[in-house]
Design a protein around this ligand. Sequence first.
Ligand code: HPA
Length: 258
Amino acid sequence: MTQDNPSLAIIGGTGLNQLTGLSGLKERVLDTPFGSPSAPLQLGLMRSKQVIFLARHGQGHHLPPHAINYRANIWALREAGVKAVVGVAAVGGIRADLGPGSIAIADQLIDYSWGRKHSFFDGDNERNTRLGLQTVSHVEFDPPYDASLRKRLISAAVAAGIECAVSACYGCTQGPRLETAAEIRRMQQDGCDVVGMTGMPEAALAREAGLAYACVSVVVNWAAGIGATGEGIHSQIEQALSEGMEKTHRLLSVLLDD
Ligand code: HPA
């Protein structure tokens, strides 16, 4: 059955600048009270379901993690009527079982990013009242990812025969540089299993906007100082990115089939 309103959006990161297999593709350029999203929204049909795709780093992958307008991205999706968002993110693996090519559906996060516009509640009360937002809101953020969307992603991975870690803590660094080995050791002591640069404030803004949000972490390299392979990070990334993104595509098409 075809759904008329896209209830699900996918935000694609490094390696997933477009969603192959979308038919009847239409682009929608949206502006928001928080500025412009990274790219036009792409609306299309996948497995007979309407879905929206947004390229987090822009269509030419020109936006570094700290320059992404996360607020505009989430607001544009909300405006488009979406109820749930799956963020796909390339990450470095810290935990021993999360080497390049692995997939993790994170259940926790730690935010090490700074200086990003991380909340819709920034003191512009007039605008927020106009938008139907309260003036100040301390949203609950634990668990940080939507439990039922995570369950759907995990079931889709099982149905697609894709091994994935069902519990992992995502550490979000500021970037765009990669971490030092000492920084990764500290993150490991903090309990982080994977490290990426874009998971926050995306997850928290989705919660503020009332959207269900979950993250598919695609491990594309060992984090700095981990898994002494002798290979540089960039050559690991090239190899793992296509494997990881092929799995992600399969997972998403099963997700849209349920
Ligand atoms: N660190 C932070 N972000 C990343 C990494 C990493 O090693 N790999 C892919 N995104």
